[in-house]
Ligand binder design. Structure first.
Ligand code: GLY
Length: 365
């Protein structure tokens, strides 16, 4: 077993993202000042979470495993209220800590509860999905969903640490693993083209959680995110570039009533903004086409046939929208992201027509 890699995230409260195998021993240091620890987990990860709890108990913590629903439905005000009640019942103080064991939904929910309980208690994230490792668990964005949309209620609350145990990926369903690759490919286009080269060299291996480059792909994606959020936690500037592909992606998720995986929707969103950039005269044809080819090579969807009026309406409540103006992250060139503010509606329709073209089976929804 190789030594873990530690990726520092700077800011007012710096922390490490540890990447490796069998990282349970790392947790003690991250919760060392806490008497009580609540390990929040979805039902499907009960065994893993109980092992974490037992380890904490053995080290003298008063540890509790607290179960929440699986999937996106845990990011609900009622579930957050349930967790606040639990923390109240066990007498959680400001120095006690939450540990989130699960995918992005669990780290978003647990982070939100940690941010709001007593106006902020420590949280450690133990992401078990690729999406959680390379995106949701790093950077301190927390949130729950409302009827108006995803993540519209939340706060920035950086974790005390993040443990990315790559062995967790081995039991992740392939659709979920591949969906997470969309976020990895995203930062390949916006910041680190070496990621694209690694995927293109062997797309089949990139789709496998035990592929030869998976650790490098994960570490490169996290390194980009760590750098960006370390400089701009609250998304006043460069962090917005991490939303590349997300304006249409979030809209598809909403129109599809969250029946699509986030990464699958982002994959279509990436093709859309590549076409938007190309049609706006910013991005060259070859780099735009590369979006489609890389994403298709790993089995991600690159087309969507939903009604434009619905998708357009859903985009208008995206967090990047300012007043009535839609804003998109586009590329001027590979690894050169920029904001395209209030594009001409005809460009939007033309870019959308490009993603409506049916290009064969969509495998990983
Ligand atoms: N998922 C984009 C961000 O964390 O800023």
């Amino acid at each position: 077993m190789t030594a873990p890699t530690r990726i520092r995230v700077d800011g007012d409260a710096p922390y490490d993202v540890v990447v490796g195998e069998g990282l349970l021993g790392e947790l003690a240091a991250m919760v060392s000042g806490s008497q009580r620890v609540a390990v929040v987990h979805p039902a499907s990860l009960r065994t893993t979470a109980e092992a974490v709890r037992d380890d904490l108990l053995a080290q003298g913590h008063e540890a509790h495993a607290v179960e929440v629903p699986d999937g996106e439905k845990q990011k609900d005000l009622k579930v957050a209220a349930y967790l606040w009640d639990v923390l109240g019942q066990v007498g959680f103080t400001r120095t006690d800590a939450l540990v989130a064991v699960g995918g992005g939904a669990t780290t978003d929910l647990t982070g939100f509860v940690a941010a709001t309980w007593l106006r902020g208690v420590p949280v450690v994230h133990v992401p078990t999905t690729l999406l959680g490792m390379v995106d949701a668990a790093v950077g301190g964005k927390t949130g729950i969903n409302t009827s108006a949309g995803k993540n519209l209620v939340g706060s920035f609350h950086p974790p005390a640490g993040v443990l990315c145990d790559l062995t967790a990926l081995e039991t992740l369903p392939v659709h979920d693993f591949v969906a997470g690759l969309a976020e990895v490919v995203k930062v390949g286009f916006t910041h680190d083209p070496r990621i694209l080269e690694l995927v293109e060299a062997d797309p089949k291996a990139a789709r496998s959680s035990t592929g030869p480059h998976i650790r490098e792909l994960v570490e490169r994606a996290i390194a980009v995110k760590a750098q960006v959020v370390g400089d701009d936690l609250t998304e006043q500037g460069a962090r917005e570039f991490l939303n590349y592909g997300h304006t249409l992606g979030h809209a598809i998720e909403k129109v599809e009533d969250y029946g699509w995986r986030h990464g699958a929707a982002v994959s279509v969103g990436l093709v859309f903004v590549a076409e938007l950039g190309r049609l706006a005269g910013r991005l060259d044809d070859a780099t735009a086409a590369r979006h489609r080819s890389v994403l298709e090579s790993v089995g991600l969807p690159t087309s969507y046939t939903g009604e434009w009026a619905k998708v357009h309406a859903a985009m208008r409540i995206d967090k990047k929208t300012r007043g009535n103006r839609l804003r998109f992250v586009v590329l001027d060139a590979l690894a050169s992201p920029r904001i395209l503010d209030d594009p001409d509606p005809t460009l939007l329709v033309a870019a959308y027509e490009e993603v409506r073209k049916d290009r064969g089976p969509e495998v990983y929804l």
